[in-house]
Design a protein. Structure first.
Length: 300
């Protein structure tokens, strides 16, 4: 049993993707921040798990291995119009040796790199930045993401921080290229389940991507995700608006799903602070009870 007063943060990034600290640094910082249990959820990779698990044990922190899986949703409106958008799916405790999952992640990592080259080429038309500069930001085995381009531009004095970059490279902007080589959202959910993992949608309808207060919610899309095996929602995240969190609470109650809260810590790469949002012990217990892949290391 997890102590009901445990401080739990289930979404953090290290430099195995686009966080700024090593997996051990993230664990040490988490212990220093007074947390009891932390998940490392780098984008599309498990490469930080071993180091993080080891460091967590050393500092007396509970550790939950996870992945933030990049997926792409293709949703049809009742009027037949198609919408494509990116959905981040947290996968807790999947089997690291599951071949199907490993292959999908490897494809995503490859296609992320191709996509980053595409974005860099577009930026190169207007800014003094080349693929060589961006590639220098990508240490071997690290998952490529837009923050790597941002960091290359910061190093070259073009912008001051990552936030500035995301003001002009976002879906719909002239420099944006979508990630096409990633799994479809509903397929990713069942893939994670088949690997023994527990899929929880990360920051659902974050800032500006969902309906405004009073507008209809995408009920059908969420019901389809639930039918595919979705376990819960990360309702408590700084980018999830209050009216969305309220709707998610209602949906979670109706479908007996889990609600989580997390920081989405990226070290100095983002203002998000460790433990700024947290997950209730009972909710983590429900995630652990559903997982049949990897094991969490919880300390007393
Ligand atoms: P990508 O993986 O290429 O789609 O890039 C998205 C990543 O950039 C996500 O992991 C976000 O955490 C990060 N990100 C998004 N917006 C910002 C921002 N304003 N400042 C810093 N990082 C951001
Ligand atoms: Zn990230
Ligand atoms: Fe995300
Ligand atoms: Fe994240």
């Amino acid at each position: 049993m997890i102590s009901s007063s445990a401080k739990i943060d289930l979404h953090t990034h290290s430099l195995r993707s686009d966080g700024r600290g090593s997996p051990s640094q993230v664990m040490k910082e988490a212990a220093a921040a007074g947390l009891d249990i932390v998940a490392l959820t780098d984008h599309d990779t498990i490469s930080g798990w071993a180091e993080a698990a080891h460091a967590a044990l050393e500092v007396g922190l509970g550790f939950v291995p996870g992945i933030e899986v990049t997926t792409r949703a293709l949703v049809k409106d009742p009027d037949g119009r198609e919408h494509k958008f990116s959905v981040h799916m947290l996968a807790y405790l999947p089997d690291p040796n599951n071949a199907a999952l490993a292959q999908v992640l490897a494809e995503s990592v490859d296609s992320r790199k191709v996509r980053l080259q595409g974005i860099t080429d577009l930026l190169a038309q207007d800014y003094d930045i080349t693929w060589d500069h961006v590639e220098a930001e990508l240490e071997s085995g690290k998952t490529a993401g837009r923050p790597a381009i941002a960091d290359a531009m910061i190093l070259r004095g073009i912008i001051a921080d990552r936030s500035e970059f995301f003001d002009f490279v976002f879906p719909g902007s002239k420099y944006y290229v979508p990630n096409r080589g990633v799994p479809e959202t509903y397929e990713a959910i069942s893939l994670i389940r088949r690997a023994g993992g527990v899929p929880v949608i990360a920051h659902p309808m974050a800032r500006g991507t969902g309906p405004r207060p009073g507008e209809p919610m995408p009920v059908r899309h969420f019901e389809t995700m639930i039918e595919a095996g979705l376990a819960g929602f990360e309702a408590y995240h700084r980018d999830v608006p209050a009216h969305v969190a309220q709707w998610l609470e209602m949906m979670a109650f109706k479908h007996s799903l889990v609600l989580t809260g997390s920081s989405d810590y990226h070290g100095t790469g983002k203002p998000n602070r460790l433990g700024e949002n947290r997950t209730a012990a009972e909710m983590l217990q429900r995630i652990l009870d559903q997982a049949t892949g990897a094991t969490a290391t919880l300390v007393d």
